[in-house]
Design a binder for this molecule. Structure first.
Ligand code: ATP
Length: 507
């Protein structure tokens, strides 16, 4: 059984070998935490984006989309709080010269204690069987109590210190907890410093005319500054949403987890504008809706969990993450935030423009509250890829690597494979391809043995292979092979599109 770290490495190398993800500028040894999507990766990524867009925009009459520019007026980031507060506390280990996020070091430390508690509870569950009362056990078992108290005390001190920007105390806490650098194993730490995550550049061609602009660190602000334009032009009534997908940029401190933490990545965000006072109802609604969306990808529920935030960002009155069990552990894949009227209120103040909704029924104007759903496209890609990756031993003793990607997201839907490249089989195969290619992403291949071609299609997650053989020329029938079951069936050529369409609906 491979360890998770091994599995992660295998997925990364599979992604490269089979044209899903390449390190950026690889011939120059790559650029840290920046990746390029290859021929099959781009198809999968486009399909995930489209699936999200369809479920958010096409399936909701009251949600519309926009595509805002990456560059925005610099004051946007003043108003949003990013210039002053979009930073992470960082700390370096003097021996290994490795840089860490102080909050991540502390969270990892707390996670270890939580794992201990969970183990203790599991053991007790087995010991007491049916009669086990977990709540009571948590409240009375001295060892569990001690650990839970420790978690609370550390959390409180950490958040208090961070809130007061008392970075010296954050360092002290790391030292007191005895946290060591995972690489050097020492406690030889530098001071903790705040590090702003925004990238900046110059706009304008002549030196005197240039002004500093930022590469957006989130797509949300493009939605807020377009609130009035969208509301008026699309005649939206509250509650309504604005959705957007696009690139975001963060100069991440710790960036060595493949697609999980990139410096250039893509977000899929939706801001839902509601009446003040109704935000909790909508917050809970979107939490559930978004979890349903994840489950609709066919990944088991046990791979997901909610993590409600104890410490809220300055703009939020409730926030939760949907976490996914990546090979590197349970980590955030999507955030659902109740952002109050913070953003519209701030832009109203900084721009001097009224950003309000007028409720005609009640004859009142107000700044709407906002519920945000914010999911990383690359993290979703990684979730799907890592769940899909399977190594299988077959009955005949051979092995295969399959990507069990849900068919509707698969890069290639149908492979068209003439058994051999002569006797008129390629011609017949091309005819079939011509009929299907407009509706389904197809892949044509005539080189190599059919077994090898099947394996290659398995490795990129192609759900169906169509094989054209000599018999096809007689009876107009082909073989359709299913990726997961490997079962083969003879079907008529003119039934292929209907069958694939029907299968796609259910996959
Ligand atoms: P984290 O705590 O992991 O840094 P975050 O809370 O800063 O994430 P948000 O600002 O809520 O993340 O961004 C929304 C989503 O954007 C995240 O749930 C994640 O899927 C994605 N995302 C954020 N940062 C990155 C990154 N550096 N690389 C890839 N995806 C990211």
């Amino acid at each position: 059984m491979a360890t998770n770290e091994d599995l992660f490495k295998k997925i990364i190398s599979h992604a490269k070998e089979y044209g899903f993800v390449f390190p950026s500028s690889e011939i120059y040894d790559g650029l840290s935490a920046v990746y390029d999507y290859g021929p099959f990766g781009v198809e999968l990524k486009n399909n995930i984006r489209e699936y999200w867009w369809k479920s958010m925009v096409q399936h909701h009459e009251n949600i519309v989309g926009i595509d805002a520019a990456i560059f925005m007026h610099p004051t946007v980031w003043k108003a949003s709080g990013h210039v002053d507060a979009f930073s992470d506390p960082m700390i370096d280990n003097k021996d290994s010269k490795k840089r860490y996020r102080a909050d991540v070091l502390i969270e990892d430390y707390l996670q270890k204690i939580e794992d201990k508690v969970a183990k203790e509870i599991d053991k007790a569950k087995q010991r007491f069987g049916e009669t086990f009362d977990e709540k009571m056990y948590r409240e009375t078992n001295p060892r569990v109590l001690e650990n839970l108290n420790k978690i609370d005390t550390v959390k409180k001190r950490f958040y208090d210190s961070l809130g007061k920007n008392d970075l010296a105390d954050v360092k002290l806490l790391i030292e007191e907890l005895g946290i060591v650098c995972p690489v050097s194993g020492t406690k030889n730490w530098t001071d903790v410093r705040q590090f702003n995550l925004m990238f900046s550049t110059q706009m304008g061609s002549v030196n005197e005319d240039t002004s500093m602009v930022y590469l957006r660190p989130e797509t949300a602000q493009g939605i807020f500054v377009n609130f009035l334009n969208v509301m008026k032009s699309a005649r939206m009534k509250i509650p309504f949403g604005i959705a957007q997908t696009g690139k975001a940029f963060r100069n991440e401190i710790v960036a060595r987890q493949f697609l999980f933490r990139m410096r250039e990545f893509e977000q899929m965000e939706m801001q839902y504008f509601v009446k003040p006072g109704e935000e909790m109802e909508w917050y809970n609604y979107w939490k559930e809706e978004r979890m349903k969306w994840h489950l609709s990808l066919g990944i088991p529920a046990s791979k997901y969990r909610f993590h409600d935030h104890d410490k809220l960002a300055h703009y939020a009155n409730a926030a939760a993450d949907i976490e996914f069990e990546f090979p590197i552990g349970f980590k955030e894949i999507e955030g659902i935030h109740s952002r109050t009227d913070f953003d519209l209120g701030a832009h109203q103040k900084f721009s001097g423009k009224k950003l309000q909704y007028f409720d005609q029924e009640n004859n009142e104007g107000y700044v709407p509250y906002v519920i945000e759903t914010s999911i990383g496209l690359d993290r979703t890609f990684l979730a799907i890829l890592s769940h899909a990756y399977r190594e299988e031993k077959l009955d005949d003793g051979s092995e295969r690597v399959v990507l069990g990607i849900p068919a509707r997201l698969a890069p290639i839907k149908v492979a068209i494979l003439p058994l051999i490249k002569k006797d008129g089989l390629p011609g017949k195969a091309r005819m079939i391809m011509d009929n299907l290619m407009d509706e389904f992403r197809c892949f044509y291949e005539e080189k190599d043995t059919i077994g090898r071609r099947y394996r290659r299609m398995d490795a990129i997650g192609t759900p169906w292979c169509i094989t054209i053989d000599h018999q096809t020329l007689q009876d107009d029938m082909v073989t359709i092979r299913d990726r997961d079951t490997m079962l083969q069936e003879r079907i008529f050529i003119d039934k292929i599109d209907g069958i694939v369409r029907e299968k796609l609906k259910n996959n």
